[in-house]
Design a protein around this ligand. Structure first.
Ligand code: MG
Length: 193
């Protein structure tokens, strides 16, 4: 199975244009690792992991893997297969299985923890940052505040789901802080420092 087959069959909420766009800007990023906030089952990590392999860098995929409120039982983004044998929501086994099937384990490094906890201790400059974690107003702004300062000059910052008002606010804060607008396709906005 190719990485692309895995990307195409993995559960997730990427538009058809999102994967190619993520990959295009990841390949164009300056030197430094890629970081994504919100890995879920590894769909975007397949696209970014393949780009990381090409550039001889890595993708750190940060997700606590316990889901978000909209993924809970009875909510619009719930998928029953994400509940483990212990009855607890856990997408990490899905993520690892998919990245292994895609042949990308050497380039995709999962970090199973809350993004703001890792962010408090993170010190490594980032060439490409994809924010697609918490989708509530305070959560996405916290991700932006913790992670965007690490994006190096020329580096990219991408927000998914910017059509959600609170995420649009965070993306606008990035422009106010000096990031340049590059493009937006569907809900994926591309900014550059
Ligand atoms: Mg999203």
């Amino acid at each position: 199975m190719s990485w692309r087959d895995v990307a195409d069959t993995t559960q997730g909420w990427l538009h058809d244009t999102d994967g190619p766009l993520l990959q295009q800007y990841a390949l164009d990023a300056p030197e430094g690792p890629f970081v994504e906030i919100g890995g879920y089952c590894g769909k975007s990590a397949c696209w970014l992991g393949d780009a990381a392999r090409t550039k001889d860098t890595v993708l750190f995929s940060i997700d606590w893997h316990r889901g978000s409120p909209e993924m809970a039982v009875g909510r619009e983004c719930h998928h029953p297969e994400m509940i483990g044998a212990d009855g607890v929501f856990d997408t990490l086994p899905h993520f690892r299985r998919n990245i292994r099937a895609a042949g990308l384990e050497d380039w995709v490094i999962p970090i199973a923890a809350a993004s703001t906890v890792v962010g408090r201790y993170w010190q490594t400059p980032i060439g490409f940052l994809f924010i697609d974690g918490a989708h509530d107003d305070t959560g996405v702004m916290a991700d932006y505040r913790h992670w965007a300062p690490h994006v190096i000059p020329g580096g990219y910052l991408l927000f998914h789901d910017v059509t959600i008002p609170g995420i649009g606010v965070a993306a606008q804060a990035a422009v106010d802080d000096g990031f340049d607008y590059v493009t937006q396709v569907e809900s994926l906005r591309v900014l550059r420092r």
